[in-house]
Design a protein around this ligand. Structure first.
Ligand code: NAP
Length: 263
């Protein structure tokens, strides 16, 4: 199927690794020109070089910490300058720390809300007017199954992402008439560095090994395994596509059947 994305421009967050990189690769494979954003360094430049070489598309990089209040404005400006305009915005960055959800602290709440809610909301707010004027735009947020079913050690994550989800759901009906769709994906457990570090932390708390943690979790997923990042990246590309123009305000689990409740 032709996704109708050739020549579109995309700003992809958390794009040096994991789910962001997998999404960027799929968009590059569809012929998008890309701005890859993460905190920067060798990993980001390597990802850009590999994507350029594999897909023969223009790729620029932007370094910035999503947990810092001034980052969104700079990233929006740099991406617009480099690409001319931003048609597609993939909201994504690293996850917050784990904690005992009954023992959280105010400084980490501020950092986590900046990372998971304020920065993505500001970025989307800055880029939406151009999308609406041009009559075409896509916003896709990479969130977490935790917004539907919170896990005990990821309280910062579920709460911060739920704020973003509520805002995205609020704006989706406001902008669909201008050709802009707003959706999210909810990863369950996909095989990335982030999930490996969550497994290590859980193993430490339980006095077991990360391998045992993984085996147990895989047994609880109907698909019987962790997902591959591309299994989410492919769906992000679909949400960004032209044929997906009638899908908005949805938050779709990519979790091998892990969430058992009805939406
Ligand atoms: N994998 C899963 O199954 C899963 C499940 C639920 C939720 N999630 C969430 O989905 C998001 C992506 O997860 P992932 O598994 O792809 O993680 P990952 O493999 O650790 O990749 C995270 C990406 O975000 C960038 N990043 C980290 N902190 C950042 C910051 N403060 N500002 C800007 N960029 C930052 C990293 O690059 P740099 O180091 O270069 O900054 C990297 O490109 C995370 O928020 C994670 O919590 C993932």
């Amino acid at each position: 199927m032709d996704l109708g994305l050739r020549g579109r421009t995309a700003l992809v967050g958390g794009a040096s690794a994991g789910l962001g990189r997998a999404s960027a690769e799929r968009l590059a494979g569809e012929g998008c020109r890309l701005a890859l954003w993460s905190r920067g360094g060798e990993g980001l430049e390597r990802a850009a070089e590999e994507i350029r070489r594999t897909y023969s598309v223009e790729v620029v990089t932007i370094a910035g910490d999503a947990a810092e209040p001034e980052t969104a404005a700079r990233v929006a400006a740099e991406a617009t300058r480099a690409l001319g305009q931003v048609d597609i915005l993939v909201l994504n960055a690293g996850g917050p720390p784990t904690s005992d959800a009954t023992q959280t602290d105010a400084a980490e709440w501020r950092r986590s809300f900046q990372l998971l809610a304020i920065t993505p909301i500001e970025l989307a707010t800055l880029l939406l007017p151009g999308m609406r004027e041009r009559g075409w735009g896509r916003i896709v947020a990479i969130m977490s199954s935790g917004v539907r079913q919170p896990s005990p050690e990821l309280g910062y994550s579920s709460a911060g992402r739920s704020a973003l989800q509520a805002w995205l759901k609020t704006i989706a009906p406001e902008v669909i008439a201008n050709g802009v769709t707003v959706n999210g994906v909810l990863p369950g457990r996909l095989d990335t560095a982030r999930v490996a570090s969550l497994d290590r932390a859980r193993a430490e708390r339980a006095g077991t090994t990360p391998e045992e943690v993984r085996t147990k979790l895989e047994a609880s997923i109907p698909a019987g395994r962790y997902g591959a990042p591309d299994e989410l990246g492919a769906y992000v590309a679909w949400l960004c596509s032209d044929p997906a123009r009638y899908q908005t305000g949805t938050f779709v689990p990519i979790d091998g059947g892990m969430l058992r409740a009805l939406p």
